[in-house]
Design a protein around this ligand. Structure first.
Ligand SMILES: Nc1nc2c(ncn2[C@@H]2O[C@H](COP(=O)(O)OP(=O)(O)O)[C@@H](O)[C@H]2O)c(=O)[nH]1
Ligand SMILES: [Mg+2]
Length: 360
């Protein structure tokens, strides 16, 4: 399962966010490590809810992501060899940035300055990657002198290009690499290459603006960088929301002018940032959302469900979510011609309902 690391300076609301996500979204602690908490969080999806209303299945299964709460400050983690592993294992990082006033500010820099905090953390990730690259380049140079080796030479050139970028303080996620080049350095799990979700943790008075993270971005004059996304949340308010039963929560939410819990939006944004989409399978036993990378083929999607379905793949019956809802059933969608038969190479789109025909 894909894992997202919740990182940030100390006392910015990382654990608060972790609790909100795991409590309000069907989460549970998947594992307990002394140094970290890992929680499985389901991806809210109104489309799946609607499909379940149609089919009344015995089971309804949402897509899920893992979040890991990291201790202390991400700066210490990045500097410490052993603890940096927590960061390396993550497919993406969610950087909680303090935008609320508090007595217990994050260390010596007690003032609220999201842009400064973002840049400090970015710099730390860049320095961490630079240290790894410097060491590796030294060794590679010697090895290449001893014997010609195309793979090592490719790695050498890619790392040199990466180093050049880092030296101008460009994070590696902003460096475009070909598929082959990306493969050559994938094993390093560079920290500045991980997709980054900035989570502005707003004060209570800004809670109604939590839907408008873009406004904050523009006000702060940030340039949008590749591989990043921004969302806002009010940790305090959301923590209270997560404690309430659904009816009271809806009222409380409305009183803050919020259309939906910011946590739902945050989870969806994480999902999009990772380039993930959902397709659905439906039936009386189970209605389920499956996670695939955008651009995946029908054959790859089949493999997500079961290798037997992939190996015995015959055809995929595909209908868009809205067309299925309009038709009311797969049979009716078929007679309306909105249900299509597709082959192995068909690229699945977000929200499609798929039924695999297979020979096993
Ligand atoms: N005022 C305010 N306080 C918050 C908010 N989010 C977290 N806090 C407080 O900030 C402190 C640190 O929060 P915590 O989640 O433990 O931060 P961590 O060190 O990053 O894990 C706690 O006292 C929280 O109650 C918020 O949105 N507004
Ligand atoms: Mg904490």
């Amino acid at each position: 399962m894909l894992r997202i690391g919740i990182v940030g300076l100390g006392q910015v609301g990382k654990t608060t966010l972790f609790r909100i996500l795991t409590r309000a979204h069907g989460g549970g602690l998947a594992a307990n490590r002394p140094e970290a908490h890992i929680g499985v969080v389901r991806v809210p999806d109104a489309r799946l809810d609607r499909l379940a209303e149609m089919y009344r299945p015995k089971k309804q299964v949402y897509a899920a992501i893992e979040y890991v709460d990291t201790p202390g400050s991400v700066i210490e983690l990045a500097r410490s060899g052993s603890q940096a592993q927590l960061l390396r294992e993550a497919a993406a990082l969610a950087h909680v940035v303090r935008a609320f006033d508090s007595e217990a500010g994050p260390g010596p820099a007690a003032s609220v300055d999201p842009r400064r905090d973002i840049e400090n953390v970015e710099l730390e990730l860049i320095l961490s990657d630079l240290a790894v690259i410097e060491k590796r380049l030294e060794r590679l140079e010697k090895e290449i002198k001893k014997q010609r080796n195309a793979a090592l030479e490719r790695e050498f050139h890619v790392l040199r290009a990466c180093r050049a970028a880092l030296e101008t303080q460009t994070p590696l996620r902003a460096v475009p690499l070909s598929g082959e080049d990306e493969k050559a350095i994938r094993g390093y799990t560079f920290l500045s290459r991980k997709p980054m979700l900035y989570v502005l943790n707003l004060g209570e008075k800004d809670a109604p603006r939590a839907n408008a993270a873009e406004e904050f971005v523009q006000a702060a004059g940030w340039k949008r960088r590749p591989g990043t996304a921004v969302t806002a949340i009010c940790g305090q308010v959301e923590a209270e929301l997560a404690e309430l039963d659904p009816g009271a929560a809806a009222e409380f939410q409305a009183s803050y002018g919020l259309a939906e819990p910011a946590a739902s939006r945050l989870i969806r944004t994480s999902y999009e940032l990772l380039g993930l989409i959902s397709f659905f399978t439906v039936g009386e036993d189970e209605c389920r959302a499956w996670t695939i990378r955008s651009g995946s083929t029908a054959l790859e999607a089949a493999g997500e469900i079961h290798t037997d379905i992939q190996q015995g793949f015959i055809r995929a019956e595909v209908v868009r979510y809205a067309d299925l809802v309009a038709a009311g059933s797969l049979a009716e969608a078929r007679s309306r011609g909105t249900l299509r038969l597709e082959g192995k190479e068909y690229v699945i789109e977000d929200g499609e309902v798929v039924h695999f025909r297979h020979s096993r």
